[in-house]
Design a protein around this ligand. Structure first.
Ligand SMILES: C[S@@+](CC[C@H](N)C(=O)[O-])C[C@H]1O[C@@H](n2cnc3c(N)ncnc32)[C@H](O)[C@@H]1O
Length: 250
């Protein structure tokens, strides 16, 4: 998130201008792509899988739907979606090609390669026509996007009327003591795990700081409404460590 007064954002150990952020985020995910899946399990003790399954439970994918999974990385959400929705299609879009390369390898090893498209692109300027998708998902991606409002308005544009937005993202714990304990874990343990497993402490330092700066549940729900979505609601995951937000294009 940028500081509105000086248009900078904190990145790793230094402040960077907003227009530098996308390049730095791209660098982070290019560095960690081959270790991304293993790091996710290590950092969360596998809990991210439960959150992604909860996302699918709430989404309840239906046969024949067309999904756009933005910042889709190695395809965790798209694979889950296709497992639950018969004769469905999924497009995984990400700005970091090496993340998509890892996803493609997974697709080739599964029976789903022909239901998936992998596209390099930017959440803030989607290369799709209006009203092209039934479902738009973004999982642990939106906090990395330079201008969240632009990504949400693009989500609204590419969804069909009646389409659904669902966002899974780290959030804030409403209980201050639990937030303190979580901060202690995330600021001390995650960058060390990043160094140990991915050989990249700075990237994981950035990830932890970006989590702390992301708007809380209510503030993010307000941004989703401001993009035009209706019936916006959210559910906390693991006491608010993460949250799932849902909205509809009516
Ligand atoms: C933490 S990973 C999430 C991957 C996957 N969705 C998951 O839940 O495991 C964040 C991803 O967001 C992508 N990303 C960041 N900013 C983006 C943007 N503006 N447009 C598209 N992808 C973006 C990164 O390249 C990275 O692959």
């Amino acid at each position: 998130m940028s500081d509105s007064d000086n248009n900078t954002t904190h990145f790793g150990y230094r402040d960077v201008r907003e227009d530098e952020k996308a390049g730095l985020v791209h660098g982070v995910f290019s560095n960690v792509a081959s270790k991304y899946d293993i790091m996710n399990d290590a950092m969360s003790g596998g809990v991210h899988r439960l959150w992604k399954d909860a996302m699918m439970d709430w989404l309840a994918p239906r046969a024949g739907q067309r999904l756009l999974d933005v910042a889709g990385g190695t395809g965790d959400i798209a694979f889950r979606f296709l497992k639950r929705a018969k004769e469905a299609e999924a497009v995984v879009l990400d700005m970091t090609e090496s993340m998509l390369v890892e996803g493609r390898k997974r697709a080739e090893a599964s029976q789903r390669a022909d239901q998936l498209d992998w596209i390099v692109g930017d959440a803030m300027a989607l290369p799709f026509e209006d009203s092209a998708f039934d479902v738009y998902t973004i999982s642990f991606g939106i906090r990395n996007v330079t201008r969240i409002e632009d990504a949400l308005s693009e989500a609204y544009r590419v969804l069909k009327p009646g389409g659904r937005l669902m966002v899974l993202e780290f959030s804030q714990l409403p209980n201050p003591l639990m937030q303190q304990a979580y901060d202690l874990y995330s600021f001390n343990v995650i960058p060390r795990l990043g160094q140990l497993i991915a050989g990249d402490r700075d990237s994981y330092q950035y990830l932890v700081e970006s989590i702390r700066k992301f708007p809380d549940q209510e503030a993010f729900a307000a941004l989703i409404r401001a993009a035009g979505f209706e019936n916006v609601s959210y559910r906390n995951m693991t006491f608010g460590v993460a949250a799932l937000h849902s909205g509809w294009k009516i």
